[in-house]
Design a protein around this ligand. Structure first.
Ligand code: RB5
Length: 149
């Protein structure tokens, strides 16, 4: 899977570990930066992750900062993006199965590499169920961004 991955300064070290994990699992990480721990602004990088997913240059996106909160807010402002902040594996697979999430946000100041790695593995391997009730709800969710509700 082509996985766009980005971070700010707070997520840089965990991002490097997740990139190594993705490669070991046979995925293709597409690193949009940041490339160091110098203070940076998460919207500058999450925009690139979300754009890569929206334009289908990537199959999925992952963003890591201190808490994951700001990037989740930012990514969900971009059309076609369903970003989920997950710090447990139940939320991770539910966000795929029920919500067809296409961007995963993580907080490096909230969880460590062990849990983050399990969340990433769980999230990437859980398919959207495609059940009618979930598809119906996602259609309503996506209609909100068109302001045609
Ligand atoms: C950076 O200090 C921090 O605010 C950022 O990484 C993130 O937690 C924002 O949501």
């Amino acid at each position: 899977m082509r996985v766009a991955i980005g971070c700010d300064h707070a997520g840089f070290e965990l991002k490097q570990e997740i990139i190594r994990l993705l490669k070991s699992l046979g995925h293709e990480p597409q690193d949009v930066g940041a490339h160091d721990t110098q203070p940076s602004d998460y919207p500058d990088y999450v925009k690139d992750v979300a754009e890569a997913v929206r334009t289908k240059k990537s199959d999925m996106g992952i963003f890591i900062c201190g808490t994951g909160i700001g990037p989740t807010m930012a990514a969900n402002k971009i059309k076609g993006i369903r970003a989920a902040l997950c710090h447990d594996t139940f939320s991770a697979h539910s966000s795929r199965e029920h919500n067809d999430a296409n961007v995963l946000c993580l907080g490096a100041r909230v969880i460590g590499f062990g849990l983050a790695g399990d969340i990433v593995k769980t999230w990437l391997s859980a398919p959207f169920t495609g059940e009618e009730r979930h598809s119906r709800r996602i259609a309503k969710l996506m209609a909100l961004e068109q302001k045609d509700v």
